[in-house]
Design a protein around this ligand. Sequence first.
Ligand SMILES: Cc1ncc(COP(=O)(O)O)c(C=O)c1O
Length: 468
Amino acid sequence: MSLNADWMQRDLAVLWHPCTQMKDHERLPVVPIRRGEGVWLEDFDGKRYLDAVSSWWVNVFGHANPRIGDRIKSQLDELEHVMLAGFTHPPVVELSERLVAITPPGLSRVFYADNGSSGIEVALKMSHHYWINVGQPGKRRFVTLSNSYHGETVAAMSVGDVALFTETYKALLLDSLKVPSPDCYLRPEGMDWETHSRQMFAHMERTLAEHHREVSAVIVEPLIQGAGGMRMYHPVYLQLLRDACDRYGVHLIHDEIAVGFGRTGTMFACEQAGITPDFLVLSKALTGGYLPMAAVLTTDTVYAAFYDDYATLRAFLHSHTYTGNPLACAAALATLDIFEQDRVIEANRALSARMAQACAHLADHPHVAEVRQTGMALAIEMVADKAGKVPYPWQERRGLAVYQHALSRGALLRPLGNVVYFLPPYVITPEQIDFLAEVATEGIDLATRDRVQVASGLDLHPNHRDPG
Ligand SMILES: Cc1ncc(COP(=O)(O)O)c(C=O)c1O
């Protein structure tokens, strides 16, 4: 038996994998990874896969990056962990100072959690708790966009709108208000992104006008709705939203878990709108993809509403055991050093242009409705009928065919339903981008033939979305 097969067998005897119907693995192998280096992952048979999705969107500077690894190693010799209630340590203080310095003006306080969904829970709870502390306890609902994804815990699911993840748990969810997304894929033919995003804001305006007295916050994935199929919109929507939240006395929560740290072309997506949200939630690339951590940044105004004598019971008594873990902070500090020292945001402009260039021909493909891009995220929407943007029926397993083809060619492309996308590590080379475009083109050609052959039913539910 090959080493790959041996690890796979041991895995399948004891593991339950995330976002997976385990029965699919009767026919579709899990890929055991022995090591990683840069953009590459290598299995036990020596086969390499270019990680085009940054391992669920976290890995920005490559696998086994010595600059991040060394920082974690030296932190290990000093302090691996200490509880953050009543105690502190240099890495968490330094990281908080640096996050406050690089995020938009007005965000002055950092609260930590240990994964993206928990960060969302913090922002939602803090927002509602703020309104209680200032004497408006009726503000308890959240406004969310259609097709959004904010994580898997119960409150995070409540503000999400990807049915596959939330439908089953409907009975447990909060009653959020859902507003149609400014998603520019759905814009009328010939309309530009800005006009469409501006027009779609009318729905938000109406909802806030009607419900603002009971609304605590609006939560959005700024510029890119990731798990919803890499759907994109114009920054003008965020400007209009900031203005409306101010007018109606409602918080604005930016979930930049997926898009923060350069993915949209600026360090944070909110910079493109020139606004400061009341809560900015960061995770994923925060630690360069090394260790789980989330940071929730907020304003002095929010902080002040909690600051009082203990007996008033206004404190935010939320905690996660690993809050502010020093190893994760060390990874984050090393990641921020790389952003600064290597002038990554500037350097990414050339890579992003190369991604556009390498995939431009796909816009003419008879089964591609759109090739869209924001910064270092590029998505290709496969359709059954190009003119009418008619999606392929989910039973036809088109995205999976691309995934399987890419694996056979040495690339990890994991489509979201019918959307093939690249969210590569920023250490990818122009030649590697060309290779990905070539593999994706072949995969899309294969997958859009009349009938496709695939090994299993992964990703095949009508609303299946990979949460990234
Ligand atoms: C926009 C967004 N919010 C929240 C989350 C949840 O983060 P986590 O998987 O770390 O809980 C994700 C994960 O993909 C995400 O893309």
